[in-house]
Design a protein around this ligand. Sequence first.
Ligand code: ATP
Ligand code: MG
Length: 373
Amino acid sequence: MPEKTLPLYRLEFKSFQDWNGARISQTLIFHNNGSSWWIKVAVDWSLPEQVPGLGYFKRRFVFEEFVEAIDFEPKLDHDTERVSNPANLLIAIAHRMYYTIAEDPKRVIYPILERQRCLPTFEACCLQTIEVIAPTVSTVLFKQQIFAYKTIDRPIYEPEDTEHILNEIDVLEQLRGLPSTAQLVGLVVSENPYKTCPSTDSPAVITGFLLEYYPGGSLEQVFEDEFQFDALPIQWALQIGTALRSLHKGGRTHLDIKPSNIVLDANENAVLIDVSGTGGYVWEWLSPEMQILIQQNSETSPAHTPFEARVSTDCWAYGRLRSAIAEKSGTSGIGNELQFIADGLTKAAPESRISLCDALAQLNENELSSTRS
Ligand SMILES: Nc1ncnc2c1ncn2[C@@H]1O[C@H](COP(=O)(O)OP(=O)(O)OP(=O)(O)O)[C@@H](O)[C@H]1O
Ligand SMILES: [Mg+2]
């Protein structure tokens, strides 16, 4: 009996998008004989009426099955013969398929590695993924050491994300060696993932960066558990405040101070992460005056406001963070002390708030007097 020949090509499924059953699309890489093409299969007509009611995972499965049935070679001819499940709901619309070849404006933009960047580089293919810990971050193994790998590519990518990662690299480079801030290990590079033929020469691109890995989890995760009242809350408040002050001294602002952006190292020291200063922000963590500024001009974002306004919202968010730590510390002396300074940092009128330096000095003083007594 002749040996069954396997298809020469392979589909690698990437992101699937779906708006409650409308505007379904699937991005994939079509590998064929060592070459690869990125393809997006999108539905721009109405689907059979049962499809929207299927639920996200079932729709995704049905669409994947349908896409697998398309013969991408030599062109996007559809071939319903290849559908393994003739009951696939989308077969009814297969005859309406057409294709266009165009640059995808939504593709992930990988910046070219500039040789003048004097940072260590790591080949993406040499990193072994251990665990995906957040949509943008995985733990990876390199030469038996664990690192955190933050990637440009992510499930919901916007072109600005590339800019945010480059900003984060710049800030991390500036903060190298400073205590209580995430330490940059190097850039992760690879061949351009969109390259069709492996033989053609093209410059390496940046796919993300490696950070030291802090294994204690984020404060958000820590807050989910009850923790013992000891010196840790005060230590965290001091460490985060010191990291924030270094950032401000370097002419930068964070703008996304919140519990998930603080992680703990192996010795339970607090470390500030996500330092681009231009990434996302959470409305409730913006100072009241920053909220008003954004409301008055919906086109702007906190990153585009004057430096003083940005510093002020960082200090306010730091006060809120202290409140959150105080709340977890209960009504012990430590909790009350943290809350007292937090109240001073988050007063409604910006001019009546205490400064970050004063907040740190008060904490230091209190810590000294409690160690003396
Ligand atoms: N160096 C690290 N060590 C340990 N965990 C980390 C590290 N960097 C990031 N993480 C984890 O990954 C999560 C996401 O990281 P980060 O905040 O940098 O990404 P993000 O996509 O900008 O997140 P968000 O937009 O939600 O703030 C963090 O909340 C933390 O739990
Ligand atoms: Mg974050």
